[in-house]
Design a protein around this ligand. Sequence first.
Ligand SMILES: NC(=O)c1ccc[n+]([C@@H]2O[C@H](COP(=O)([O-])OP(=O)(O)OC[C@H]3O[C@@H](n4cnc5c(N)ncnc54)[C@H](OP(=O)(O)O)[C@@H]3O)[C@@H](O)[C@H]2O)c1
Length: 326
Amino acid sequence: MPPPLDITLNALAVVGAALALPRLYRLLDFLWLYFLRPDSVKRYLHGRAPYAIVTGATDGIGKVTAAELLARGFNVVLHGRNEAKMQQVVRELRAQGKGKGEAGERDIRYFIADAAKAGHDFAKLVEPFGDLHVTVVVHNVGGSDLCSPRIDGHSEDYILGVVNKNSFFSLFLTRALLPQLRRAAQSGPVQVFFVGSLAGDIAPVRLPIYAASKGFLESLARGLDNDEQFLGADDRPTGVRFGYLSVSAVHSDNHDAPMPPSLTTPTSARFARALVDAVGCGRRRVAPYWVHAVLSWLVELGPESVADAASAQEMRGLIARAEKGR
Ligand SMILES: NC(=O)c1ccc[n+]([C@@H]2O[C@H](COP(=O)([O-])OP(=O)(O)OC[C@H]3O[C@@H](n4cnc5c(N)ncnc54)[C@H](OP(=O)(O)O)[C@@H]3O)[C@@H](O)[C@H]2O)c1
């Protein structure tokens, strides 16, 4: 019979190992996901002419994501709200492809719709693209003003506009596209991403509606993914997969208070490369940029009160800078 001290030490060792194992698994998974995994986006280049749809594609993350997808072999359908700006973006993207062989010959199409408005005829919006073989969709449109009123200082129309832009536009566009996506999935995988935000996890001051709208996207991604996987056609998976992207600060010149690029705030081009790399990674929730994944993990580790106070402090500075710049 071993002495009681040995039994206690052995029991502690077992508890220690049980506690350490999930962390070790998480570390190995992190290394695999960001540094070791083979290129998965290539698998989405199936069919005679594969297309990617990117919403909010006339600026910021959406515009460079479209450029990245073109460079990786996709034709693209872009969405924006301003036709003149869109035509300029299409010219820029065509110019970037010139002299690059096949990249210069890829098809670039677009549609225009104000995502903040309700009442679009989504079936009609997607009709011109109904025959295209769409294998990737990036629901990127979204955002919120950095402004000082609390919700009782905003009109109902303003609040509905934020929800439409960040949640409902992506929901109803997905609904209209699904039959077409399922058809494409018969010849290979199809990926739909909703671009989310760290705000959806930490709900910073002055952004409760924006944060809640991003939280909606996360549940929507999971629910739709479950629907397509477990109760698809004849109870077989349809091959259309959904994912929610957890995004922290990304530098974009057009913002009210642009954050300078840094390790934690990548340029939109760097972020777009990470986003396209995440296509086909098999996760339903993923931070495409590895430093954002570390930040999310740190937020999870600490007490909520610390995250709340730190984000309130950060928001005070951002709102002051945005108001100064107006
Ligand atoms: N950048 C960040 O730090 C950050 C952090 C977390 C999450 N995100 C998320 O990432 C996504 C992209 O952000 P971003 O910073 O790249 O945004 P951005 O630079 O402001 O660009 C937004 C894009 O969406 C379009 N857009 C805005 N409102 C629209 C409307 N009502 N109807 C149609 N199109 C509209 C813009 O069109 P115009 O060119 O006409 O303005 C532009 O093409 C958003 O979903 C945002 O919530 C960004």
